[in-house]
Design a protein around this ligand. Structure first.
Ligand code: SF4
Length: 367
């Protein structure tokens, strides 16, 4: 398709996005930050996080010098927390290995933590005028539809084919505008559901449109049953203070603060008293607010991760603390302060609900 790039570049001039907060700059730190935040996340969600991040860490060196907890706290609510840990690690790597200067070569950029080939190419194109194709989710969707490419785009063979096609389509000039145009077309016109083909610059040459297959392409990931996991989380309250624990660095919510998790089969009162050197005064079943038994099923909060669903059952424990030494990673925080900590979204929701409903919790919202 000879004029593919020309069509996109022309379309972008009139209809593309030109005023996003990370556009109209070639500052590698700002563009890199936006690229990482935009992975798996929509523009409207990213904008306030991006602004807050830059206010607190105006330069790459500020980010590298910050404690990781502070970075996680600012990222809190944006999800996919490995991105924040990798961002911080990459900032430190740039300081340590590249004298604080962001590398220009896409292959070198791609070796930094959390940056894949497409993100590296995108940064190199927007910041340094490189001539490098991109292949994010939006671009894959446009290419699969426009060229009628079968198969799940995440599979190795289809990816390989898409990269070859992306290389082939890359225009000799205006690489940055072309890459932005592809992203914008995927986000604004060739959307996942209900693409607006009548407004698309490819409408007369698109295979999916011509064959009525826009709903089938790109092909979905072969279905697998989503694993279901269950966790009982303990809201230990001593007056207005709640106990939070730092999660291990790897695994879900790695490095964030969370509520302690009751091991499978453990007696809630006995385990909590031993583990946290406290005396449990009451255990409350969330919906009823009734003390004691857990004889009625407690409501759960369902949180969807990319590869499983977590059913969270919160239990409220009123406790009095002993004088045992605190373990590293434990924090007793005022409920009112806890909202500023680095919390995963479901934990924040539990604590918010607790705060607004006093000690008569809690929640039954599913998502
Ligand atoms: S014509 Fe429709 S399906 Fe084809 S690329 Fe454009 S918006 Fe997507």
């Amino acid at each position: 398709m000879k004029d593919f790039a020309v069509r996109l570049i022309r379309w972008h001039q009139r209809h593309g996005r030109h005023d996003l907060p990370w556009q109209n700059t070639t500052d590698s730190y700002r563009i890199w930050l936006s690229e990482v935040m935009l992975q798996q996340t929509q523009v409207a969600t990213v904008i306030p996080y991006y602004r807050r991040f830059l206010e607190r860490f105006p330069q790459l060196a500020d980010l590298a010098a910050a404690p990781v907890d502070e970075v996680m706290a600012l990222w809190s609510g944006l999800g996919y927390y490995a991105r924040a840990r990798n961002l911080h690690a990459a900032a430190r790597a740039v300081m340590a290995q590249h004298n604080g200067i962001f590398p220009r070569d896409p292959d070198v950029i791609a070796r930094l933590p959390g940056i894949g080939r497409s993100t590296a190419n995108s940064i190199a194109t927007f910041c340094f005028g490189a001539h490098a194709p991109i292949l994010d989710g939006n671009v894959k969707r446009v290419l699969c539809r426009a060229f009628g490419i079968e198969g799940f785009p995440g599979s190795g063979t289809v990816q390989k084919r898409l990269w070859a096609l992306a290389e082939e389509l890359m225009p000799k000039r205006h690489a940055a505008i072309y890459n932005q145009a592809q992203m914008d077309l995927g986000a604004m016109v060739c959307t996942r559901s209900k693409p607006r083909c009548e407004s698309c610059p490819l409408d007369d040459i698109c295979v999916a449109r011509a064959t009525g297959r826009t709903a089938e392409l790109p092909q979905a990931k072969p279905r697998r049953e989503i694993p279901q996991r269950h966790a009982t989380l303990l809201v230990l309250l001593d007056g207005d203070r709640v106990l939070l624990e730092t999660r291990p660095p790897s695994g879900i919510w790695g490095g964030l603060l969370s509520l302690p998790e009751l091991p499978d089969g453990a007696d809630v009162q006995q385990w909590s008293e031993q583990r946290f050197a406290c005396r449990v005064i009451a255990v409350t079943c969330p919906r009823s607010g009734s003390p004691g038994t857990q004889s009625e099923p407690a409501p759960t909060l369902v949180h969807a991760f990319s590869h499983f669903r977590l059913h969270i059952t919160p239990l409220l424990l009123q406790v009095t603390r002993g004088h045992a030494a605190m373990e590293p990673g434990w924090q007793w925080l005022d409920l009112a302060e806890a909202g500023n900590a680095a919390l995963p979204a479901p934990i924040r929701r539990i604590l918010d609900t607790l705060q607004t409903s006093g000690s008569k919790p809690l929640l039954s919202r599913k998502r």
